[in-house]
Structures are given as structure tokens and as C-alpha cells.
Ligand binder design. Structure first.
Ligand code: ADP
Length: 546
């Protein structure tokens, strides 16, 4: 070092040309330059090119600016998977504004809460969801400007807004000089957690994290250049796990799907040569159990990513049989979606099916955008041994962890306590370093002082041929403190299975104290992202007569 200065700093400072804020907006700009005519969005009979997609995003930015939206303002959106959602994921951030995509399966009071808590300035509403939006607005202290989206595939519906989305775009300037952002730490999205863990909390993403999530997804999942991505995953869920940006970065084709139905999925895969799709296990369950006249093996390779909940063995087996290649990912709203994946080693291909399924059921190892995903003792923060037995909490660190919870310093501080983001998920680590979730902290069942993993019991239930879906929760018990209680949906052909038979199946495959003491048959309540609402089931279990 000469003269005490840093050799590699002198005259080598950041400049406008070599240091730009990371933002996913550039991915759309690039796609529009590289392949303007390539199909960017397919929606029913309508196909739009990258030129049009980019132009409409800019028009949206201008339209919103004319409505008074600027940097730091919240723009809420209530829509099924449709072109306007993709446009909003780019057009809103162009202003430095924040996109708040709302889960449309929430009840009106919660949506009203979100609009008020996020201080929404503009509310973009798909016309099919107008009644829900209206009911939410009736219950909300916040009254944003409402823009109706008359999506081409939406059934006719009432216009509730003061503006119409397409007219707003038509009247806007496609050459609008949008301001963008100066600082990559600026918020880009506000996503409320779906509420399986209590009150919805507003998770805030920044441009840097959104960009890095897109990049990380491209390194993690099989999606390749010019991929054709079918939107079975709700776009409102963590901005489609970051894939609204990632697929655009690949100049891929987004195939929209307003409603998840097996027939449509199989049809669109064939019609458009879909190469990739993602979603919670429920989607795969639906495909595997589709009637034979609907179900078909794809004529070309299709890669799927399953995440959001642990895929039961039957799902992994069933998908393999249908010729779909599976990746298993794990993540949370707080971590922009994917944070760990079960990275597959080619030598595992040679293993017998059962062992392959065991390997694949693990949530795996960190994604490239993170510095660490580790399993630690929640108090001492010491890493658990890699013995596949010691349970700890999954903690993570890196550039794709949220900024924090909006207007909730207490929850943010608690989530980041000790220098790690604490997920609340409990896991073990295998000798090869791959982690496997055992439960969420609050889902673990403690019976007579012994921990019972609800996932372990569910996996055994899934192996019973009559069981279509299953969820296990704790039921208060005078003797044991808690005992497992199972909620089971039977396959149509197997309506006759009895409670005693299911319990005996579990006792044959599990330590007896882990077997459910009660089995309740019926449909399982789910969140819009396909996750079973265990807190509702816990209430039902507690209310069961002895
Ligand atoms: P919410 O917490 O509101 O349900 P999230 O999408 O943030 O919505 O849910 C994240 C949670 O989903 C994780 O904390 C974990 O419990 C569960 N999860 C996600 N992916 C997996 C997976 N592959 N295996 C098991 N659980 C998963």
C-alpha cells in the first residue's frame, strides 16, 4: 500500500457507468430489445410480443403517474394470473412505486386491512373480483383510486372504479421518460403473508433482492432461454416466486392461467409446448388424480418445481410416472420465495425409486442469492450436528431476505434477532448437508413430552391407498398434553375407509404414540397458495367431542 491509501480504490471509484442500482426492470427492457417479436405473454387466444409487453408497462407507469403515483407510493392489485399482473410487476416499479399484489382468496375484511395498512394509493382490480374488491373497500379506512381491469378472459362484471385500465394505457405515452430508482434498496413490492401464522404482515422487498432472486432462480431451476412458462403458481405469491422477472429475463413466454384446472393445464402444455411450471403439492396432486380422459403424458420434456409445502412421496412418484421432471424448492414470503432447493446429483438417478423419493423430499441447500441457510439452536444459535436427528430452526442470511415488515418494527426485530432471519421452520441436517423440514415451530405436536412431527405422520397417512389428502394437528389431551389428530380427504373410489383402519395403518408404520388418536374425514381448508390452514384445524380438533 503506497501512502496509506488503498491501491485498489485510488481513481477506481463507483461511477455512473460502472455502478447501477440492480433492478429487474432492466430484464424487460433487454428482452424488448433482444427479441421484440417473440411471444412474451399468451392469454387465451391473445399473444403479445415483448415489444408490446414493454410498451404497455411504460404506458402503465405513465398512466399511474398521471393518477398521482410517485416514488414510495403503494399500488395494490387484485387479479388472477393475467397480463395486467405481469405489466404491473414492471410498470409500477418504473415509478419507484411499490406493487402490492393481494391474494384474492382472502376475505374482504383482510383485504380492507391490507389496503389501509399499506396506505394504498391506486387499486387495480380485475372485473371478476370487483365484488370482492367492493366489499373490501366498504370495510377499509383507505379509499384508493380504483382502476377496473376488463381482462379479455374475465367474465363480465361490474365496473367499480373511476378509471378503466385499458383506456388509461391507451391515453398514456409509450415514450414516457419514467424516473426509475436511484437506490436499489428502494422498495419494489409489498406482499402480505397469507395469514397461516396469525395477522397478515406486510413483507417488503427491494429492487436489489428482486433482481437477485430472478438471477438466482435462473441458476437454480431448469428454466432455460426462451422457456415457455405456465402460470400455475399464483403471481401474487412472492411475485410468482420471482418468476415474473426471471422468465422475462430469459425472454421466455408467460402462459397465463386464470384458474388452476387439470384439463387446462394438460391442454396448454401440449398447445404451447410448455417447458416449465411450478406450484404447491396440491397442483401436482390434482394432475395425478385427474380423470384418465384429461390426464396425458407430455410429448416433450416438462420441468416442474414443487414448493410451498413438503411434497408427499405419492406426489413425487406420480409426477415421475407422468414424465415430468421435478425440482423441490423451499422458501417463504420473507425470502422472496425460493431459498433452498434439493439440488439433484446425477448419481442419485441410479437409486431405487423409494430412495430417490427420500432424497427428493428434502428441502436441500441454499440458493445462490443467499450467503447461508443453516439449521441452528434458536437460543444459542449453534449449528445443529449433521446427524439427520437433531432438530433446530432454519435461519438464513443473504441479499434475498426482505427489508422487514412494513410499520412493524417489533416483528422485524424479532425476525432478525441474533443477526439471522429466523424462519420458524424446524429441520434436521443430513450428513451430506441437505436440510429436511420436520415442522413449523407452531405445528410440532408435543405428546407426553415427546415431539411428534406432523409431517412424519402425514407422510404415513399418504401411503394409505384410500387417502387423497391429509393434515395432522395437535389436539389438547388431559393425559398427554397434546395428541395427534388427523384430518383426511379420501379418494372418491375409497369412501368406505374407516377411522379405525386409518389409525391401525399409522400404528403399523409409526411409533404408537405418534399415531393419530382421532381421524376426521372431509375436505381440508386451504389458503390460496394451497397450504392447509392448520390453525383452523387445530380449532376443529379442540372442539371435537371426546
Ligand atoms: P405463509 O407463512 O403466510 O403461509 P409463505 O409462503 O411465506 O406463507 O409460507 C412459507 C412457509 O411454507 C415456510 O415457512 C414453510 O413452513 C412452508 N414451506 C415452504 N416450502 C416448503 C417445502 N418445500 N417443504 C416444507 N414446507 C415448506
Amino acid at each position: 500500500m503506497a501512502g496509506g491509501g488503498d491501491l485498489y480504490e485510488e481513481g477506481l471509484h463507483k461511477r455512473a457507468a460502472n455502478h447501477r442500482p440492480m433492478t429487474p426492470i432492466t430484464l424487460l427492457q433487454r428482452a424488448a430489445v433482444v427479441c421484440p417479436e417473440r411471444p412474451a405473454i399468451i392469454h387465451g387466444a391473445q399473444t403479445r410480443s415483448y415489444r408490446t409487453f414493454a410498451e404497455r408497462a411504460v404506458r402503465l407507469a405513465h398512466g399511474l403517474a398521471r393518477l398521482g403515483v410517485g416514488a414510495g407510493d403503494t399500488v395494490s392489485l387484485l387479479s388472477p394470473n393475467a397480463p395486467a399482473v405481469l405489466e404491473a410487476n414492471f410498470g409500477v416499479p418504473m415509478l419507484g412505486a411499490v406493487l402490492n399484489s393481494i391474494n384474492y382468496r382472502l376475505e374482504p375484511s383482510t383485504i380492507g386491512f391490507i389496503l389501509a395498512h399499506g396506505e394504498s394509493k391506486v387499486f387495480l382490480v380485475d372485473r371478476e373480483l370487483a365484488p370482492l374488491a367492493k366489499a373490501a373497500l366498504d370495510k377499509s379506512s383507505q379509499q384508493p383510486i380504483v382502476v377496473d381491469i376488463a381482462d379479455a378472459l374475465a367474465p363480465p362484471g361490474e365496473a367499480i372504479g373511476s378509471h378503466d385500465y385499458d383506456s388509461l394505457l391507451a391515453e398514456s405515452d409509450p415514450a414516457f421518460d419514467w424516473p426509475g430508482i436511484e437506490d436499489e434498496w428502494r422498495a419494489i413490492a409489498l406482499n402480505y403473508t397469507s395469514g397461516t401464522t396469525g395477522d397478515p404482515k406486510g413483507v417488503v422487498y427491494h429492487h436489489r433482492g428482486a433482481y437477485l432472486t430472478a438471477m438466482s432462480n435462473l441458476m437454480t431451476f431448469p428454466m432455460g432461454r426462451n422457456c415457455v412458462y405456465l402460470w400455475t403458481l399464483p403471481m401474487f405469491h412472492c411475485n410468482g416466486w420471482g418468476n415474473v422477472w426471471a422468465v422475462t429475463g430469459l425472454s421466455g413466454t408467460h402462459v397465463c392461467l386464470r384458474k388452476v384446472e387439470a384439463e387446462a393445464i394438460f391442454r396448454l402444455i401440449d398447445a404451447h409446448g410448455v417447458t416449465d411450471f411450478s406450484g404447491a403439492p396440491i397442483i401436482y396432486n390434482m394432475l395425478i388424480n385427474a380423470p384418465p380422459e384429461v390426464r396425458r403424458r407430455s410429448r416433450h420434456p416438462v420441468s416442474c418445481t414443487v414448493g410451498g409445502a413438503a411434497p408427499p412421496a405419492v406426489v413425487l412418484e406420480g409426477m415421475a410416472e407422468m414424465g415430468f421432471t421435478i425440482d423441490h424448492g423451499y422458501g417463504l414470503t420473507e425470502s422472496y420465495g425460493p431459498s433452498a432447493t434439493c439440488v439433484w446429483h446425477p448419481e442419485w438417478d441410479e437409486l431405487p425409486l423409494e430412495e430417490r423419493v427420500e432424497k427428493m423430499a428434502r428441502q436441500g441447500v441454499l440458493t445462490p442469492s443467499l450467503e447461508a441457510v443453516s439449521v441452528r439452536d434458536p437460543k444459542s444459535l449453534a449449528e445443529v450436528p449433521t446427524d439427520a436427528a437433531t432438530v433446530g430452526e432454519i435461519m438464513m442470511r443473504g441479499n434475498t431476505v426482505m427489508k422487514g415488515y412494513l410499520k412493524n418494527q417489533k416483528a422485524s426485530d424479532a425476525a432478525f434477532a441474533g443477526g439471522w432471519f429466523r424462519t420458524g421452520d424446524l429441520a434436521v441436517v443430513h450428513p451430506d448437508g441437505y436440510l429436511e423440514i420436520k415442522d413449523r415451530s407452531k405445528d410440532i405436536i408435543i405428546s407426553g413430552g415427546e415431539n411428534i412431527s406432523s409431517l412424519e405422520v402425514e407422510n404415513v397417512l399418504f401411503r394409505h391407498p384410500a387417502v387423497l389428502e391429509a393434515a395432522v394437528v395437535a389436539r389438547p389431551d388431559a393425559q398427554w398434553g397434546e395428541v395427534p389428530c388427523a384430518f383426511v380427504t379420501l379418494r372418491e373410489a375409497a369412501q368406505g375407509a374407516s377411522e379405525a383402519e386409518i389409525i391401525s395403518h399409522c400404528r403399523n408404520h409409526l411409533a404408537h404414540f405418534k399415531a393419530p388418536k382421532r381421524v376426521v374425514f372431509g375436505e381440508l381448508p386451504k389458503t390460496s397458495t394451497g397450504k392447509v390452514q392448520k390453525q383452523l384445524l387445530r380449532g376443529r380438533a379442540a372442539a371435537l367431542a371426546d
